[in-house]
Write a protein that binds this ligand. Sequence first.
Ligand SMILES: NC(=O)c1ccc[n+]([C@@H]2O[C@H](COP(=O)([O-])OP(=O)(O)OC[C@H]3O[C@@H](n4cnc5c(N)ncnc54)[C@H](O)[C@@H]3O)[C@@H](O)[C@H]2O)c1
Length: 436
Amino acid sequence: MDTKAPEGKLGVLIPGLGAVSTTFIAGVDAILNGRSAPIGSLTQMATIRLGKRTENNNPRIKDFVPLAELKDLVFGAWDIFEDDGYQAASKAGVLTSQDLDAARGTLESVKPMKAVFDHEYVKNIDGPNKKAAATKMLLAEMLMDDIKSFRAKHNTTREVMMWCASTEVYIEPTDIHSSLEKFEAALLNNDPGIAPSMIYAYAALKSGVPFLMGAPNLTVDIPAIQELAMLTKMPIAGKDFKTGQTLMKTILAPGLKSRMLGVEGWFSTNILGNRDGEVLDDPMAFKTKEVSKKGALDYILQADSYPDLYKDLYHKVRINYYPPRGDAKEGWDNIDIFGWMGYKMQIKVDFLCRDSILAAPIVLDLVLFADLALRSNMRGIQEWLSFYFKAPMVAPGLYPEHDIFIQLTKLKNTLRWMMGEELITHVGHEYYDSYE
Ligand SMILES: NC(=O)c1ccc[n+]([C@@H]2O[C@H](COP(=O)([O-])OP(=O)(O)OC[C@H]3O[C@@H](n4cnc5c(N)ncnc54)[C@H](O)[C@@H]3O)[C@@H](O)[C@H]2O)c1
């Protein structure tokens, strides 16, 4: 594959200057200044095996594929609040004041541009830093102007747009989303079916910027945006960062299935008290999240293929907004399983996690890989990035792969394939002489 070298600055354009994005920016600053290792980031820490096991060739991914360097990242953001990155991070309450002060200069330099926002789509918050225009098409053009100005100001050679803004209310695709032509007409007609996130995605792709969706919003799933990505040769990926409870689910469920253990029930509940929790307290926003969270088990366990083990699975997911916890979420899972002769067992998981700490390295990896895809002319849906998402996108007609171990194999094999290396199948028969 003919991948262009990552020359010059890479702009990271982020709708949503909240807990996740400020934790990401502060973390990049900490890594660059030697205060922290890039923990949780595959691009920075993981190795990839090349060739046979006997060859002992395991370079770091960042030394194997031509990724942008952290020192070349420049950050830009939009938010409905006027707080700069430092103020927003202080309010998010994820990092200690010591860590915030150490990254203060970098955080303060990110001043949010006026957002494209619609209260109908995010009911529980509102703020003053918003664009106003007569049509949604004009709003998209204003975002394209923002991108142009950012490019000129920071002298970037490429940009990636990474949605870290709120979860929007649940919507299903309609006729206006079915083609680019209808979508553009709807932008001009101010159709209520066009969500703010779709306007950002449209503006990004039209500006030659890949778009990634970190929330469970419909945005990049609609045919119109996928058509635009193909037309403009831009990578897109989504949706909903796989952190916390779903991360645990997609680690545990493949293990249980691999040993042919039955699962009768999986009850998941969470308490969290950050702004994300406040937004998800609205039933229609929760519905968007619920749909995204519930798919994983069905696809991993394949009840159709294993009715004896999974046909009666009862799966329930709850999110409870509980302000005292802030970003320090607690997720409980009660898993009712059964084994040999139908005997029942239980697994209890109590994950005292930090959502934004788990999401920040995902943001970094996604931005770097989307830029790699852009420089490699890989357009449209990037299924190899499923590893990072709760509800991974796939080509029409395919089912999404949720098993985190298969997702990792796919990601690494895609990197090997891009670099012209042999794919690794794990068969390994060449190490034994028992075959004629
Ligand atoms: N933290 C995680 O582990 C995790 C996992 C999966 C998905 N997510 C999703 O990532 C997103 C960010 O999470 P967070 O914890 O940082 O939330 P947050 O509430 O701290 O930050 C989101 C920010 O987006 C802003 N915003 C809302 N609508 C906007 C718009 N139209 N344009 C620009 N800004 C807008 C809000 O004002 C807020 O500052 C959420 O949608 C969340 O559901 C987070």
